[in-house]
Design a protein around this ligand. Structure first.
Ligand SMILES: [Zn+2]
Ligand SMILES: [Zn+2]
Length: 149
C-alpha cells in the first residue's frame, strides 16, 4: 500500500466534488483540506471551529451540508461514537477504531481481512445483508498508559 498523502487525498476529494457538479467554495475547500489532513476523527462542531479560524463567515449549516454530500457519496466515513458523529476523510471505507477512555482520542486500527470474512459469515448465518459495520475497541492508548507509570 502506498503511504498516505494528504495533498493527493485533498485533490481527489476536490475533483470528485467538482465532477459531481457540486459548488466549490473556499469554505468547502477548507473543510476538504481538514478532512484530508486530520488524524483526529473530528466531529462537525470541531470542523466548524477550525474552518472558522480561516473563514469567520462560514456557517455550521455549510459544514453539515458538505459532510452529508461527502458521506452520501462515500468520500468520508461517519463513525458514531461518544454521542456524536465523527468523520474520517482519510479512509472512507469501514475500518476498526480504537477509542481511549482516558483522553477520548479515536485512533485507526490496521485494516484486517478478518472483517470481510466476519461480515460474510454474518450474511451466511443470518441471511442479513451487511451494508457497513462499525467496530470499536475501547481501552487505554499508549500515551495514557505511559502517563500512569
Ligand atoms: Zn489516551
Ligand atoms: Zn478512522
Amino acid at each position: 500500500m502506498k503511504p498516505y498523502n494528504a495533498e493527493t487525498r485533498y485533490q481527489e476529494l476536490v475533483t470528485k466534488l467538482k465532477e459531481r457538479g457540486h459548488r466549490i467554495t473556499s469554505h468547502r475547500l477548507a473543510l476538504l483540506r481538514l478532512l484530508a489532513e486530520s488524524d483526529e476523527h473530528p466531529n462537525a462542531s470541531r470542523l466548524y471551529e477550525k474552518v472558522k479560524v480561516q473563514f469567520p463567515t462560514v456557517s455550521l449549516a455549510t459544514i453539515y451540508k458538505t459532510l452529508t454530500v461527502l458521506k452520501e457519496e462515500g468520500d468520508i466515513l461517519q463513525v458514531d461514537l461518544q454521542n456524536d458523529s465523527h468523520f474520517d476523510g482519510k479512509k472512507p471505507y469501514p475500518h476498526p477504531h480504537l477509542v481511549c477512555t482516558r483522553c477520548d482520542r479515536i485512533f485507526d486500527a490496521d485494516d484486517t481481512e478478518f472483517l470481510g470474512v466476519f461480515s460474510q459469515e454474518i450474511e451466511e448465518k443470518h441471511g442479513f445483508k451487511v451494508s457497513r459495520h462499525q467496530i470499536v475497541f475501547y481501552g487505554v492508548c499508549n500515551d495514557c498508559q505511559n502517563l500512569t507509570v
